[in-house]
Design a protein around this ligand. Structure first.
Ligand SMILES: Cc1cc2nc3c(=O)[nH]c(=O)nc-3n(C[C@H](O)[C@H](O)[C@H](O)COP(=O)(O)OP(=O)(O)OC[C@H]3O[C@@H](n4cnc5c(N)ncnc54)[C@H](O)[C@@H]3O)c2cc1C
Length: 387
């Protein structure tokens, strides 16, 4: 029996383990995860959005499938209905753009509509009708996706993990510290405990730590941790029903339980782990941006926040997926999700398991996400509004 080792037991590693175990009866699967509560992992710090406004048709197709799987989660994974509650709900998503982005929004709208998404291209008047308290003075265009949804990310991980365990996948609490290879193939992994595990295939799903694993085999990847701060607040006055809204300046704000959360994507900012939650960013920047959009945001009560890190692909903001064709052919990478790995986990794990079992991903075309684009220094032309 061949042995497949998956490094990292987050949503990517666990969904791959489940898909592989479901479809391949001739291999053994082991997930190596040093931190079973995932304290510093990305998944418990995620927001849980499944959105259709995407810049690549592949990403839209994967989001559509992700939505389907998460909506029918217990049935799709064959787990007890009451084992996890994903709190799946439709919240809608709105992207706002200025004059110089109108053409890009129109093109993106065409691509997304043809790809099967229910998207509305909004002018100023329709935006004002959707959100009457908002000031759209500087806004010329919007993309509104009413059926975009949200789930609880950690519950999704628990579901995939349990489904994988039910199919016989072993989870080992340990850390991969080295990989033995003969420059053509990997042969075994060394764990922090001193154990060596002989392997036939390795899948590197270690997210922000994936570059460290790649370094063990001499593979260079343009992936680095990028801090994402999420700030939580309550409103003093009741505002109209808000979708998740993403402004042209990178601000995102959305309802979250009884309150709201806000964050801001810093394009081209500092990379590396930084666990400090910088309240001044909220006070001095985000709050002003929000208050200039709607007077309701002027009177809010800040409640706290948290820090997480994207495994940012610095080449083009898209993941690197599949085997290292020109290096170690049984070393498979699944990292660099740059903030959209949760919604794409069901599709990516299905397609990668097909690639491993049949030599070809059938359900989704992953070819453009391969490591070859890194070797060729050819970023993917992601044309949508900045994610
Ligand atoms: C603030 C924020 C908001 C987000 N919002 C969304 C959203 O709305 N929608 C969406 O789709 N995505 C979102 N994401 C992104 C999403 O959370 C990630 O893409 C996804 O969780 C990636 O999963 P993962 O399994 O690759 O990573 P992780 O959850 O980080 O798991 C990787 C695991 O690898 C393990 N590991 C590390 N080193 C080793 C080693 N040496 N040996 C073995 N194991 C190791 C770690 O312990 C960790 O548990 C968001 C992320 C953040 C930070």
């Amino acid at each position: 029996m061949s042995k497949i080792a998956i490094i990292g037991g987050g949503i990517i590693g666990s969904s791959i383990a489940w898909n592989l175990a479901k479809s391949c009866l001739t291999s053994e699967f082991i997930v190596i995860e040093p931190d079973p509560i995932h304290e510093f992992a990305e998944i418990p710090r995620a927001i849980g959005g499944i959105r259709f406004v995407q810049g690549l048709i592949e990403n839209l197709k994967m989001s559509l499938y992700g939505r389907y799987v998460f909506k029918n989660f217990a049935r799709e994974l064959n787990i007890q209905e009451d084992f996890v509650d994903l709190n799946f709900h439709e919240c809608g998503y709105l992207f706002l753009g200025t004059g110089n982005t109108v053409k890009a929004f129109e093109e993106n709208y065409r691509m997304l509509s043809e790809g099967g998404a229910d998207i509305k291209l909004m002018d100023k008047r329709s935006l004002e009708a959707l959100l009457p308290s908002f000031n759209f003075k500087d806004i010329d265009v919007g993309l509104y996706s009413p059926s975009d949804s949200r789930i609880d990310p950690y519950s999704a991980l628990r579901g995939f993990k349990q489904a994988a365990i039910d199919l016989g996948v072993e989870y080992k609490k340990d850390r991969v510290v080295d990989i033995n290879h003969d420059h053509r193939r990997v042969n075994s992994v060394k764990l922090e405990s001193g154990t060596f595990i002989p392997v036939d295939i390795i899948i590197n799903a270690a997210n922000c730590w994936a570059p460290d694993i790649c370094k063990m085999v001499g593979m260079k990847v343009p992936i680095e941790p990028v801090r994402r701060q999420t700030f939580y607040f309550n409103m003093e006055k009741e505002i109209e029903k808000l979708p998740a809204a993403r402004d042209h300046n990178g601000l995102s704000v959305r309802p979250d339980g009884a309150g709201f959360i806000a964050g801001k994507t810093a394009v081209g900012g500092k990379t590396g782990f930084n666990w400090e939650l910088d309240y001044r960013k909220f006070e001095n920047e985000l709050w002003h941006l929000m208050a200039s959009r709607s007077p309701f945001f002027e009177t809010i009560k800040y409640k706290g926040g948290w820090v997480g890190h994207y495994d940012q692909c610095l080449l083009d903001g898209n993941p690197i997926l599949g085997p290292w064709e020109n290096g170690l052919s049984n070393f498979i990478l699944a990292a660099g999700f740059s903030g959209h790995g949760l919604q794409h986990a069901p599709a990516i794990s299905l397609a990668l398991s097909e690639q491993i079992n049949h030599g070809e991903a059938k359900s989704f075309d992953l070819s453009r996400f391969s490591y070859k684009r890194v070797e060729d220094n050819k970023p993917l032309g992601d044309t949508g509004p900045t994610p």
